[in-house]
Design a protein around this ligand. Structure first.
Ligand SMILES: O=C(O)CCC(=O)C(=O)O
Length: 278
């Protein structure tokens, strides 16, 4: 199975993001694409948006055997452990992102950190392209090194910034969002201050990134559907930090981890990779 190279580790440590070419084998990519297609054909609650051009669904591994197999069947958890210097890595959730051909929907600049009730520094995502994409076709872009700024920017939903509207997404989200002091700016307009890194990806390539880094995807300006899956990984120092307005996909009533404690519930957050048993 694929290991993180010394160059990839150095890039992640410096930039907060690294492109890992060919992280997932072609045969697995094909199975994942087929699984996403099945979800699109038979929408489950949450996937209806796909029909409108931009859609996502998440925490699939908990209820779908095929998505659970993907979590455990790729080198991604091990790559996440190597990138974050963790002995073990748990899965928080998986998430599918589909953008139909020529769909204009964007994910504007955001960090994942302020959405999640998770603390710590060893928390990363692996975003795996299941179809080819360039930045114009909605591959991810990052503000290099922004994970180290010690800043948490107000989350926005797509391009929505209205507090009341955001409160309808889930309870208290808008209130939580406006409680963060820093407001997103168009980082791309200040090349003297911020370096933007955009990627062109092939199926099976992974972008591994810190949950504090600013990232975005543009609308899909290509004539082909773009499909990607993100896995959210919790490394050694991840803690449970619930606040009202945090993403309820996993809520306090779902698990046994105490507020502020290290995440150790093996049922809700299964260990996917451990160097101790490797
Ligand atoms: O795939 C996309 O367009 C957005 C993905 C994203 O923001 C993420 O994986 O955190």
């Amino acid at each position: 199975m694929r290991e993180l190279t010394a160059d990839e580790k150095a890039t992640f440590d410096r930039d907060g993001v690294v492109l890992i070419k060919g992280a997932v084998e072609t045969e697995m990519v094909c199975r994942m694409l087929a699984a996403v297609d099945r979800l699109i054909e038979t929408p489950i609650p949450g996937m209806e948006d796909v029909k409108r051009g931009t859609g996502m669904d998440r925490h699939l591994f908990a209820d779908h055997d095929d998505f659970r197999e993907f979590v455990f069947g790729t080198p991604l958890a091990r790559l996440a452990a190597q990138a974050t210097d963790s002995q073990a890595v748990r899965i928080y959730f998986d998430q599918i992102f589909v953008k139909e051909a020529n769909a204009p929907g964007v994910f504007s600049w955001h960090q994942d950190h302020p959405y999640w009730p998770i603390g710590g520094t060893q928390v990363v995502s692996t975003w795996v392209a299941l179809t080819p994409a360039t930045v114009e076709a909605s591959a991810l872009e990052f503000v290099k090194g922004s994970n180290t700024w010690g800043k948490t920017y107000q989350p926005v939903t797509g391009e929505v910034t209205d507090r009341e509207l955001m409160n309808t997404l889930w309870d208290g989200f808008g209130d939580l969002a406006v409680s963060y002091p820093d407001v997103i700016i168009p980082f791309e307009d200040h090349p003297d201050r911020f370096e933007i890194i955009g990627y062109a990806v092939e199926p099976g390539d992974a972008l591994l990134f810190d949950y504090r880094i600013l990232h975005r995807s543009r609308g899909n300006a290509s004539d082909a559907r773009r499909v990607a899956v993100s896995w959210r990984w919790l490394g050694d120092d991840a803690t449970w930090e619930w606040v009202r307005g945090a993403d309820p996909i996993v809520s306090p009533e779902h698990h046994s981890v105490a507020q502020g404690a290290k995440i150790d519930d093996d049922t809700v957050f299964p260990v996917v990779y451990s160097s101790i048993h490797a």
